[in-house]
Design a binder for this molecule. Structure first.
Ligand code: NAP
Length: 245
């Protein structure tokens, strides 16, 4: 697709924005005036997603990014540096839930592949984008966590999802919230706010079993991605309130 000039629009990178929550977040940020850059291992899909956002009057473009591939991350950072010389918003949305594949794959493989995307990929992408975020006047990072990664909610036998004990996914999402806490503390002096949020939305990740739409799930992400300077950092939120760790 053709690349559009971003002008003065805030620049947002959303990993895994070719569908579902990532696409809904990119759409919401594009509507809020951000220039969304999304990720697509399958170029045609991401290209289509960007084209939809542009057709709706937003600014968006596709970027090839595989968070498990350091070269891909480095190239993505270089492209953003060359194109925009800064990044305003990073949404660490890319994620997998592979536990249901235990029957066809070893537990070790499921654990490793889940952590490669959800934890290692998130950390490496965040580190690579931090210098670009430091060039923003209002830098924000949002980690797509999950209530399934909450120690408190997992320990509550009466919690709505108490029976969902996915050893790889839940553990990886606990890592995602920990990384939000770590980066929030580490980047506080540079004004970079880092928060995490959960949600249960009907997407490919859960066989469309979620009870909310991706657009509903994207609401809190967009809010955290566009926080005012007096907004929180190092927190874990759903749409209405803080979520217990
Ligand atoms: N759905 C929920 O209820 C829910 C609840 C809490 C948290 N979350 C989190 O929200 C995020 C999005 O979930 P979703 O439900 O929208 O899932 P989804 O429909 O499965 O979409 C996941 C996205 O991540 C991308 N992705 C996977 N591996 C990647 C990699 N190596 N590099 C870059 N991108 C990669 C996928 O791209 P491809 O399709 O090209 O592989 C896809 O765009 C995930 O982090 C998930 O854990 C979801």
């Amino acid at each position: 697709m053709s690349i559009q000039s971003a002008g003065t629009a805030p620049i947002a990178l959303i990993s895994g924005a070719n569908k579902d929550l990532g696409f809904a977040i990119a759409r919401g940020l594009a509507r809020a005036g951000h220039h969304s850059v999304d990720r697509l291992p399958r170029y045609a899909l991401g290209d289509k997603a960007s084209a939809i956002l542009c057709a709706e009057g937003g600014q968006a473009e596709a970027l090839v990014l595989d968070v498990t591939d350091d070269t891909s991350i480095t190239v993505a950072a270089a492209v953003i540096k060359e194109r925009f010389d800064r990044l305003d918003v990073l949404v660490n949305n890319a994620g997998v839930a592979l536990d249901c594949q235990v029957a066809v794959s070893s537990l070790r493989t499921v654990m490793r592949d889940t952590f490669e995307v959800n934890v290692f990929g998130l950390a490496c992408l965040t580190e690579a984008m931090t210098p670009l975020l430091a060039g923003s006047s209002r830098p924000r990072i949002v980690n797509m966590a999950s209530g399934l990664g909450s120690f408190a909610l997992n320990s509550d036998p009466d919690h709505e999802f108490a029976k969902v004990k996915l050893s790889a996914y839940n553990t990886s999402k606990a890592g995602v919230t920990m990384l939000a806490v770590i980066y929030a503390a580490r980047l506080r002096d540079r004004g970079i706010k880092v928060n995490a949020d959960p949600g249960f939305c009907a997407t490919d990740l859960n066989g469309r079993s979620g009870n909310r739409s991706p657009e509903q799930g994207a609401t809190i992400v967009i809010k955290l991605a566009t926080l005012d300077d007096d907004g929180p950092t190092g927190g874990f939120f759903d749409e209405t309130e803080p979520v217990p760790w």
